[in-house]
Design a protein. Structure first.
Length: 384
């Protein structure tokens, strides 16, 4: 075949290909749009740090997610399971413990039970059961929540930046792919009514202008960075900055994560050894290394990422541990959250993209309504 014939054939082939592609693009703009999105997604994927990708899985980057609740509180189970499913989360339920099911011989030595309500002791046992399940199954990490836990609709984006903060503070920039939070920690106290850093803490990861932070007037929490640290960094707006730090104190167990080593150490300290106070206070002692406890590696965000939800109704329905005035009635509350999953549950079930804050738009860093298709969570940085 002559060179001229070969050139004609190649030219014809190119022309046919161009015509074929042009026909597709002109007659099926939806296909073109989808192709463009795929290409853009691939380009973004190439430039993004993929070491956090496991946070997008059904267990938020941990190996297991637990929820603790009494079996008969079907109302709480229904609500949490629904909220979790809308985020693509898979939760394993652990039955709560009734006080009358605990035999005295099973309570740790030196525990002065006269100072604790039977329901408080039952709460300790329920958390020990969850930790024991982590140990028995050898899970590398697990998130443990109580049955009234709630979280922001952007929880995965929040956890991604929290993970970045923990890895920065622990100096583990390149952990295994299945360990997005790193491996140098025992407890991640992501949900509670308080957490605090040591007075001499100087390295803190700051996330300023966080739209998911409630104004301090709306918070039901306390703690945070030391006052001296805040005074040294007035450039960080306290009302709109989320902090990540090594925690020396914590309170309430709305949601916390443990590594396998952390679960082993908590069991050793609070069950095999002895318990001298409520389980959250005892875990706080572990984070501080106080009361003769081993000093565990605890990290926390402030304000917390997982809060607690109280549905509209009588306060007597809120807790299975504490007793409240049976005549007190309150509106629905999502403590320390702005765009609460539970308060937006009907919108999420409908497939709406717009979610609403539980407060009026009074803060410059947070809007009343947010379109989650356009939402971008801010990045943080280490401050020393």
């Amino acid at each position: 075949m002559s060179r001229w014939s070969t050139t004609l054939i190649k030219g014809a082939a190119v022309t046919l290909c161009v015509y074929f592609l042009a026909s597709i693009l002109l007659t099926d703009r939806d296909a073109y749009s989808s192709t463009k999105q795929i290409l853009n997604a691939g380009r973004h994927h190439l430039t993004e740090d993929t070491s956090y990708d496991h946070i997008n899985n059904e267990t938020l980057g941990f190996e297991k997610v637990y929820a603790i609740g009494l079996k008969e509180r079907t109302d709480k189970r229904d609500f949490l399971s629904l909220a979790a499913s809308l985020h693509g989360m898979k939760v394993k339920w652990m039955d709560g413990v009734h006080p009358d099911s605990i035999v005295e011989k099973a309570i740790p030595d030196k525990y002065n039970t006269s100072n604790s309500k039977p329901t408080v002791i039952a709460c300790w046992r329920a958390h020990m059961n969850a930790l024991r399940d982590v140990v028995e199954n050898g899970y590398a990490s697990a998130l443990i929540m109580e049955d009234d836990a709630d979280w922001d609709v952007s929880v995965r984006q929040q956890l991604r930046e929290f993970a970045r903060g923990v890895r920065t503070l622990t100096n583990t920039p390149k952990p295994p792919k299945d360990a997005p939070y790193g491996t140098d920690w025992d407890i991640l106290w992501v949900g509670g009514c308080a957490s605090g850093a040591a007075d001499n803490e100087t390295s803190i990861y700051a996330i300023p202008n966080d739209p998911t932070i409630p104004n301090s007037n709306h918070r039901v929490t306390w703690g945070g960075p030391p006052e001296s640290w805040k005074q040294n960094h007035p450039e960080l707006p306290e009302n709109s900055t989320r902090y990540v730090y090594r925690a020396e104190m914590g309170c309430c167990l709305y949601g916390y994560a443990v590594s396998l080593e952390g679960a082993q150490r908590i069991l050793a300290a609070l069950s095999v050894d002895h318990l001298d106070c409520a389980v959250d206070n005892a875990m706080s002692d572990l984070c501080a290394g106080s009361m003769g406890r081993p000093h565990l590696r605890c990290y926390a965000p402030f304000p917390n990422l997982i809060g607690t939800f109280k549905p509209q109704g009588f306060a007597s329905r809120d807790s299975d541990i504490e007793t409240y005035d049976g005549n007190a009635y309150h509106a629905a509350q999502a403590w320390n959250l702005v765009y609460s999953t539970r308060l937006n549950i009907q919108r999420l079930v409908r497939g709406d993209d717009v979610v609403v804050s539980q407060w009026e738009s009074e803060d410059w860093w947070s809007e009343k309504e947010v379109d989650m298709r356009e939402f971008e969570y801010p990045g943080g940085f280490l401050v020393t």
